[in-house]
Write a protein that binds this ligand. Structure first.
Ligand SMILES: NC(=O)c1ccc[n+]([C@@H]2O[C@H](COP(=O)([O-])OP(=O)(O)OC[C@H]3O[C@@H](n4cnc5c(N)ncnc54)[C@H](OP(=O)(O)O)[C@@H]3O)[C@@H](O)[C@H]2O)c1
Length: 245
């Protein structure tokens, strides 16, 4: 097993949903976490909950669609927490316009910037340093929509998440010879605030039947805690209850 205690983990989208749960679970096993998202007050509240556990929680306010801000948060993490052992590309969003007919160019660019280009930027900055150290794990949170593009998920979102699968494969081709591994996790529907952006948001009763953020966080921890000689290249994580979508 890969002992995560004392390791440094950068998590994008740490202010809500999956990212918040991922940061919390890494902190519970003794990791130091860099918390990246735009809403600084949410990150500070999470850091205040994490620090009594003993590890460090670095707050990095950042719009992941802005390359200069991404660069600054990566450099801050290297300076404050040392080498990054685990990168979790989790930040994501969707727009209410889902069909090609409704999607505007601005919608398309925003969804690709936040979901896909940001994952590329963080990988581009961190992978070379992982390769130089001969170790590291990159986890890309994509979606079931990467396997089954759908109008429910939308054209821009499905395209971005399929792109993350390609990014993950190339990361493995470049990283594996140097001891670095990449894992793409494709969750089906889970009850987080991202569902509020659907044209018809699901009711609370339906959300109780879905996967919860802690389920995805446990899967991220599983992939990162495997022995460095093993790589969970792709994990499809779908709700047991097939009635929810
Ligand atoms: N919930 C699901 O059913 C589901 C299923 C499959 C995949 N996913 C994926 O899982 C990931 C996490 O989503 P979630 O369900 O946890 O949704 P969420 O609760 O809405 O969280 C989204 C996170 O992304 C961050 N984010 C959005 N835009 C950003 C930006 N421009 N710059 C920096 N951070 C940004 C948000 O932080 P700020 O707003 O503070 O910036 C927030 O922390 C996403 O990539 C999503 O596509 C979700």
């Amino acid at each position: 097993m890969n002992n995560l205690s004392g390791q440094s983990v950068l998590i994008t989208g740490a202010s809500s949903g999956f990212g918040e749960a991922i940061a919390w679970q890494f902190a519970q096993v003794g990791a130091h976490v860099a918390l990246v998202a735009r809403r600084e007050e949410k990150l500070r509240a999470l850091a205040d909950r994490i620090e009594p556990l003993g590890g460090r929680a670095l707050v990095c306010p950042c719009d992941v669609g802005d390359e200069a801000q991404v660069r600054a948060s990566v450099e801050k993490t290297f300076t404050e927490l040392g080498p990054i052992d685990v990168l979790v590309n989790n930040a994501g969003m969707n727009v209410s316009n889902r069909s090609i007919a409704d999607t505007t160019t601005a919608d398309w660019r925003q969804v690709l910037d936040v979901n896909l280009i940001s994952a590329y930027l963080f990988t581009n900055l961190i992978l070379p340093r992982m390769k130089a150290r001969g170790v590291g794990t990159i986890i890309n949170v994509a979606s079931r929509a990467a396997n089954y593009p759908s109008l429910l998920a939308g054209v821009a979102y499905s395209s971005a998440k399929m792109g993350m699968q390609a990014l993950n494969q190339i990361t493995n081709q470049e990283g594996n010879p140097h001891g670095v591994r990449a894992c793409v996790i494709n969750p089906g529907v889970a009850a987080t605030p991202i569902l509020d952006r659907r044209p018809s948001p699901p009711p609370q009763e339906a959300r109780k039947l879905m996967m919860q953020a802690e389920d995805i966080a446990a899967t991220v921890l599983y992939a990162a805690s495997l022995s460095p000689r093993a790589n969970a290249d792709r994990i499809d994580l779908y709700p047991t209850n097939t009635e929810v979508s």
